[in-house]
Design a protein. Structure first.
Length: 258
């Protein structure tokens, strides 16, 4: 049986959901999305759980999509599978009653950044960084980033970040609306605990209804954006430059690790 790719720890009214593939810097393989979706589905059905905290093992939130899955042709069922995975994760996080907090340490890249920013409240350590480097791999942005980034930062900033794939430090990220709170290094756990205490001052129902009022009106736009990402990605993947770019990036990553 394959090793679990995420870890779920329950503490009272809170589910701590941790990406746990430190050997890949918590890369989001398709199996990770499926396992995460199953965990979210189980958590959302619990009346006892009011909060979810998303994080990554090994001092990094996530390095993004698993490039080892992209060095070959996308599977024939990619579009349907992509929608299924996003519906169970990115869409589900916006719909569930639980308030979702993400804790960014190290870096959140590509699909990993999109997952982190899909939370209701984002806490990031001051030394962390965010990046959306899809175009540098020959791919288009996915995991809902074409909806999340413009919704939070505006279209002008979204074009800048998604077309250049540049790094964004936390000072800029907070200024443009991508993260909620910045904390000093090695204090994110304490900051999350403090935030949970703040949120517990309000009843579950009021929090859930407020979340619905914020997210509900734009759900159809989010779904359209995610479906468009899924249908466009095979077109990008068919470009002859894409596989060469991915191979180059993986070689650089391996040389850095060694």
């Amino acid at each position: 049986m394959p090793a679990p790719t995420i870890r779920v720890d329950i503490d009272g009214d809170t589910a701590y959901v941790t990406l746990s593939r430190p050997q890949t810097r918590n890369a989001l393989a398709r199996a990770v999305h499926r396992e995460l979706g199953s965990a979210i589905d189980e958590i959302r059905s619990s009346d006892a759980l009011r909060f979810i905290v998303l994080a990554g093992d090994g001092g990094i939130f996530s390095s993004g999509g698993d490039l080892s899955e992209l060095e070959s042709e996308l599977p024939a069922d990619y579009v349907d599978d992509y929608w299924s995975r996003m519906r169970g994760t990115i869409v589900a996080l916006s719909e569930i009653d639980q308030i979702v907090i993400s804790k960014i340490e190290g870096a959140a890249i590509g699909a990993g950044a999109a997952l982190a920013l899909a939370a209701d409240i984002v806490i990031a350590e001051a030394t962390a960084k965010i990046r959306f480097p899809f175009v540098h791999l020959g791919f288009v942005p996915d995991a809902g980033s074409t909806w999340i980034v413009p919704r939070n930062a505006g279209f002008a900033i979204a074009r800048d970040l998604l077309l250049t794939g540049r790094w964004v430090d936390m000072s800029e990220a907070q200024q443009i609306g991508l993260v909620s709170r910045i904390v000093e290094p090695n204090t994110a756990d304490a900051a999350v605990s403090g935030l949970l205490q703040e949120l517990r001052q309000a009843p579950r129902g009021a929090l859930a209804l407020t979340k619905t009022l914020i997210n509900g009106p734009e759900r159809d736009d989010m779904v359209r954006a995610i479906r468009s990402e899924g249908s466009t990605q095979p077109i990008a993947a068919s470009n002859e430059d894409t596989q060469s770019l991915i191979t180059q990036v993986r070689k650089r990553a391996r040389s850095t690790i060694s």
